[in-house]
Every structure is written in structure tokens, then in C-alpha cells.
Design a protein around this ligand. Structure first.
Ligand code: SF4
Length: 237
């Protein structure tokens, strides 16, 4: 799997390869079981039920790093943050920021495009309870690392959605940029900002999960501030 990720010469090749990954037995079982049993509201739909590739501009200056696909969102539609409440909040904010051509993301063929922005997850398969194990995170890391390597020429800023994504970034620094991660690691927080030399700026943002958005812990205004900052740092107008 590591070798297959490393061999990917472009994003299309990487996307095809990751969609065919079976490296984590627990997650393979879960993604397929969810796809078989389905949620009642989607019982007439064919679930994707496979790893979910990254999505967006191949020349992205801004990357948004999430945790993992949602069982009935990305695992159903085949596109990250698509078809669930988290995506509703995220893409509405990206549209307000001028980084998405539409405020909704409901299906892989809905016409959504991103401008200078790419979205991907640290773990590419939906995990039970949205909680991948450390071993699953590490097993999946080569896919993330290769994706970052492929957009490295343009990438300026990474927005980490939540502490899991924030923690997943440090090994990327080492493996993709040859940059020793800071020690101790900077703590995650909403609005946290870490800068290194010749590596992308890292911004922390609370995850767009319902737990955060329904309770008001993360508001649309807070997301607007993060994306305005990301655009400024990335030189995106
Ligand atoms: S989580 Fe990642 S490494 Fe594990 S099966 Fe899915 S794509 Fe493969």
C-alpha cells in the first residue's frame, strides 16, 4: 500500500489507487456493512462503501484536512464532506469565501468545484463512531502524504479541522518536506497558527461536526474568519 501510494504520479492515479485500498480490516468491514445496511432515508441509494479520495483543485494553495469520511456522507456519495450536515456547513462557508462555486455539496455529480482549494481526510475510510485507531491513522498516512506531495508546488496553507487532523499534519512535515516537526508539538485550538520555514502555514479550526455547529461552539462567523485568514496567508484573492 505504501508503495502504491508512492508510485502515484498524479492525483487521478492516486484517487483511483486509494479507492481500491483494503489495508485496514476493521474499516473495510465497517464501510461495507454501512453500505449494505444503509440509513433508512437513503435505502434506495447505492452507497459508495469504499475509501474516499481527496477533492478539489489540483493546483490548490489552500488544503482543508479533515478526520475521515462520514458513514452516510462521504461513504455514501463517494466524495468527501458530501451529503451530510458537516459538509453543508463547510461548503456554505467556502462559498461565502469565494472558494466554492456553490454553497451545497449533495452528490458527486452536483457540479461543485473548488477554487485554489483541496479537501482531504487523514483517514480515507469511514470509521465506527468517527474514531479511527492510531494504527489505522498510521496505515492510512501514506495516502495523505502522497496527496500533499503532489500539490506541494502550490500549497501554502493547511486548515486542520479538529485535533486529530492537526496531529496528522506533523508526520507530513517530516515525510513530505523533510522538516523536523516542532517539539513539543504546538497545541491544537480554534485559531491556532503554526509557521515553519519553507512549509505550509498551519491553521487550526474546530471541526465542522454537528456536535460543534449545533451547539454554537463553531459559528459561521468563526469559519468565515478562518477562511479569510487562510486566503490572506495563501495569497488567494
Ligand atoms: S483507512 Fe486508509 S489505509 Fe485503511 S483501508 Fe481505508 S484507505 Fe486503506
Amino acid at each position: 500500500m505504501v508503495a502504491r501510494a508512492a508510485r502515484a504520479t498524479d492525483l487521478a492515479d492516486l484517487d483511483a489507487a486509494v479507492a481500491d485500498c483494503f489495508a485496514c480490516p476493521r474499516l473495510v468491514d465497517w464501510r461495507e456493512e454501512v453500505a449494505r445496511t444503509k440509513r433508512a432515508a437513503f435505502r434506495d441509494q447505492e452507497y459508495w462503501g469504499r475509501p474516499v479520495p481527496g477533492f478539489g483543485d489540483p493546483a490548490a494553495r489552500i488544503a482543508i484536512l479533515g478526520l475521515a469520511p462520514a458513514a452516510h456522507g462521504g461513504n455514501r456519495t463517494g466524495r468527501i464532506f458530501t451529503g451530510d450536515r458537516s459538509g453543508d456547513v463547510l461548503f456554505a462557508a467556502l462559498h461565502r469565501a469565494g472558494l466554492a462555486n456553490q454553497p451545497t455539496s449533495v452528490a458527486a455529480d452536483d457540479g461543485l468545484t473548488l477554487r485554489q482549494t483541496r479537501i482531504f481526510a487523514a483517514v480515507r475510510c469511514a470509521p465506527p463512531d468517527n474514531k479511527p485507531t492510531p494504527a489505522e491513522r498510521d496505515t492510512c498516512a501514506p495516502w495523505l502524504h502522497r496527496e500533499v506531495a503532489l500539490i506541494r508546488p502550490t500549497l501554502q496553507v493547511v486548515v486542520a479541522l479538529g485535533a486529530f487532523a492537526w496531529a496528522a499534519w506533523w508526520p507530513v512535515l517530516r515525510d513530505v518536506y523533510g522538516h523536523r516537526p516542532p517539539s513539543p508539538r504546538p497545541s491544537f485550538g480554534h485559531g491556532a497558527h503554526w509557521s515553519g520555514t519553507a512549509v505550509p502555514e498551519l491553521l487550526g479550526c474546530y471541526h465542522v461536526s454537528q456536535q460543534n455547529t449545533f451547539t454554537g461552539r463553531l459559528t459561521p462567523e468563526m469559519l468565515d474568519d478562518v477562511f479569510a485568514r487562510a486566503k490572506r496567508l495563501a495569497g488567494v484573492d
